[in-house]
Structure formats: C-alpha cells, structure tokens
Design a protein around this ligand. Structure first.
Ligand code: AP5
Ligand code: MG
Length: 221
C-alpha cells in the first residue's frame, strides 16, 4: 500500500511551542520540518542580501512581506521536496500565504491535513521566550529553566552552539504577539471552516502537549 503524504500546519502565538512540536512530529512521521522563522534568521546570520533586507522586520517583530516570504519558501520547497509531507512551523501567517500553500499542495495532489493550534496564556508565552535557547545549526529549541540542554550552551542533537534570539527581548516579543493577533489569528477561522483545525491546550510539558497533538490527529474533527 502506498502511504499518503501528511501535511500539518502548526499555528499559535510566539512561544506557543510550534517549533518544539514540529520537531517531534517531523521525527515521528518522517516529515520535512519547514520553519520560515529559522529560514529567515539563517539568512540574517549568513549576512546575505536577503538577510540584510529582512533583518529590520525580524528585529521589529513585524511580518516579512508576503512576496518576499513566498520567494524564500518556493526556493526551499524546490530544493527539498518533502515527499512524505511537511510540518509547517510558522507558515502560513496571512490569508495570502494560506492560499499560496493550498495551491502548491494542490499541484502535488495534497492538502493541509491538520492545522494544529496551540493555546498558551500570554504571561507563559513571554516567560518561554525570555528563557529560550535555539540551535542555529539544526533548529532544536531549549529553555534555560524548563528544558535545558545536557551540556550548557550546546545542542543535544548536533553539538551546535546555542544562541538567544534578538527578537525574544520583551518589547519585541510583545509586538510579535500583537502582530500575531492581528494578522495570523484570523487563519483559525479558515481552517476551522474546513474541519481540519485542532485547538489544543499548549501548556504542560512538551511531551504532554505532543500526546495531545497525536491524539487530535487521530480524531476525525
Ligand atoms: P518564528 O521563528 O516563526 O517565530 P514565532 O512565530 O514568533 O514563534 P517562536 O519561534 O517564537 O515560537 P514557537 O511557537 O516556535 O515556540 P518554541 O517551540 O520555540 O518567526 C520569527 C519572525 O520571522 C517573525 O516575527 C516574522 O518576522 C518572521 N516570519 C516567520 N515566518 C513568517 C511568515 N510565514 N511570514 C512573514 N514573516 C515571517 O518554544 C518557545 C520556548 O518555550 C522554547 O524555549 C521551548 O523550549 C519552550 N517550550 C516549548 N514548549 C513548551 C512547553 N510545553 N512547556 C514549557 N516550555 C516549552
Ligand atoms: Mg519557532
């Protein structure tokens, strides 16, 4: 039997755990994890022309314009097909992006199977971002208090040197939250109307949240 590709969109405010859960899903289901935030920060780190162009949007906590984001995503999808399906971490973030993703998947005879929304209270979001450490090499995320790496400052998976993101400063984090509510939260209605939205409690340990994600993906609605 040929198994069908699985395409899962992770939705939620900054710090909700999209990256953490996308990484688990990708490992468990053999999915390609596509984190548009990581892609953008990579460009900034490498100092490419694109990185210089997007840096101020990232540092201000604003969204990168749709046409720029689409160009980056298309280039990545062309180089890494994601045949078994993808965990989309941070994409789509606007209605325009949701439509573009629908079109790309339709060409492959695929669709968004699940949109998983992780709900977390604002204060917890800000605490999570304040203590986050990220691996710029493989994209793994840690937390200084609740999920520290085995060796301080080093990634458990690839040994990369962990960094704190510039946009995790409290003032920028609050702006990202505001932008999320205005620009991205409306997508919940879109996926709800299609019956693919799974709204989950994003609090508890990452393992507990992951169990909820798996259970929700077994449900019909
Ligand atoms: P992006 O990197 O996607 O940032 P975000 O959406 O703000 O989300 P975060 O990465 O901050 O949080 P997360 O939900 O992934 O949480 P994580 O798992 O890391 O985007 C950055 C910027 O890029 C945007 O502001 C925008 O400028 C631009 N951008 C990106 N995509 C774009 C697009 N499509 N269009 C336009 N612009 C775009 O967890 C956070 C912390 O909490 C970690 O420390 C983790 O260890 C910890 N944690 C996770 N789960 C738990 C748990 N259950 N309990 C306790 N701690 C936990
Ligand atoms: Mg993330």
């Amino acid at each position: 039997m040929v198994s069908r590709a699985l395409d899962v969109v992770l939705l939620g405010p900054p710090g909700a755990g999209k990256g953490t859960q996308a990484q688990r899903l990708a490992l468990a289901y053999g999915l390609l994890r596509l984190s548009t935030g990581d892609m953008l920060w990579e460009e900034v780190e490498k100092g490419t022309e694109l990185g210089l162009q997007v840096r101020s949007w990232l540092n201000d906590g604003d969204l990168v314009p749709d046409h720029v984001m689409s160009r980056i995503l298309l280039a990545r999808l062309h180089s890494q097909q994601g045949i078994g399906g993808c965990a989309y971490d941070g994409y789509p973030r606007t209605e325009h992006q949701a439509m573009l993703l629908d079109g790309l998947l339709a060409e492959l005879n695929r669709r968004v199977d699940f949109a998983v929304y992780l709900e977390v209270p604002d204060q917890e979001l800000l605490d999570r971002l304040a203590g986050r450490l990220s691996c710029p090499v493989c994209g793994a995320v840690y937390h200084l208090k609740s999920g520290a790496p085995a060796v301080a400052g080093r990634c458990d998976h690839c040994g990369g040197a962990l960094v704190q993101r510039d946009d995790d400063r409290e003032d920028v984090a609050r702006e990202r939250l505001r932008v999320y509510r205005k620009r991205t939260a409306p997508l919940l209605d879109l996926y709800r109307s299609r019956g693919v939205l799974r709204e989950l409690d994003g609090t508890g340990t990452p393992a507990e949240v992951y169990e909820r994600v798996r259970e929700a993906m077994r449900r019909k609605r």
